[in-house]
Design a protein around this ligand. Structure first.
Ligand code: ATP
Ligand code: MN
Length: 143
C-alpha cells in the first residue's frame, strides 16, 4: 500500500524530523523513496539581478541541494530503501504534486512546517496545498 514514498524536503528541521518516519515506512512495505527538493523560482528570481547570472545561481543552488541530499540518500539506502533523487525548479507545491504523479507515489511524507516555521501558523502554505490536492495519503509530521 505504501510501496513508493515521495519525500519532499526544504532541509528544514521539521522536514528532517519527517525522515525518521520515511525510514519506518519500510516496515509498512515501502520499497522506494523519491527525495525531492524544489528550488523556489520566486526566491531564485529575487536573487538574480542580472539575467546572465540566472543559470549560475540556479546551478549553485542545485549543487548545494544535491550535497545535502546525498547524506539523506546514503542514510535511507542503509536502511534498505531504493532511493531516487529529484531537484526541480518551480513553485514547490505544484512541483511536488507533479512529481507525485510522475513517480506514481503511494504516500507523501512531509513536515507540517518548513523553513519559515511561523509560530501561529497551523500549517505552512506548501504542506497545505499538498494536503488539499494530493491523490495519495499524506503523512504530515508535526514540528
Ligand atoms: P511557508 O513556506 O508557507 O512560509 P513553512 O516554510 O513553515 O511555511 P512549508 O513551506 O509549507 O512551511 O513546508 C512544509 C513542508 O513542505 C516541509 O517540511 C517540506 O517537507 C515541504 N517543503 C516545503 N518547501 C519545499 C521545497 N522547496 N522543496 C521540497 N519540499 C518542500
Ligand atoms: Mn516554506
Amino acid at each position: 500500500m505504501f510501496t513508493t514514498i515521495l519525500y519532499p524536503t526544504d532541509f528544514s528541521d521539521v522536514a528532517q524530523k519527517a525522515l525518521k518516519y520515511v525510514e519506518q515506512l519500510k516496515y509498512a512495505g515501502a520499497q522506494e523513496v523519491t527525495i525531492l527538493h524544489v528550488i523556489d523560482i520566486r526566491s531564485l528570481e529575487l536573487l538574480v539581478w542580472d539575467p546572465e547570472n540566472y543559470k549560475t545561481i540556479e546551478n549553485d543552488l542545485r549543487e548545494s541541494a544535491l550535497n545535502k541530499i546525498s547524506f539523506i540518500q546514503r542514510h535511507l539506502e542503509k536502511s534498505g530503501l531504493r532511493v531516487k533523487v529529484r531537484i526541480e525548479t518551480g513553485i514547490p507545491a505544484s512541483k511536488i504534486l507533479r512529481v507525485e504523479k510522475e513517480e506514481n507515489a503511494t504516500i507523501i511524507v512531509l513536515g507540517s512546517h518548513g523553513r519559515s516555521n511561523v509560530k501561529d501558523m497551523f500549517l505552512g502554505s506548501v504542506s497545505e496545498r499538498v494536503i488539499r490536492n494530493a491523490t495519495s495519503p499524506v503523512l504530515v509530521v508535526k514540528r
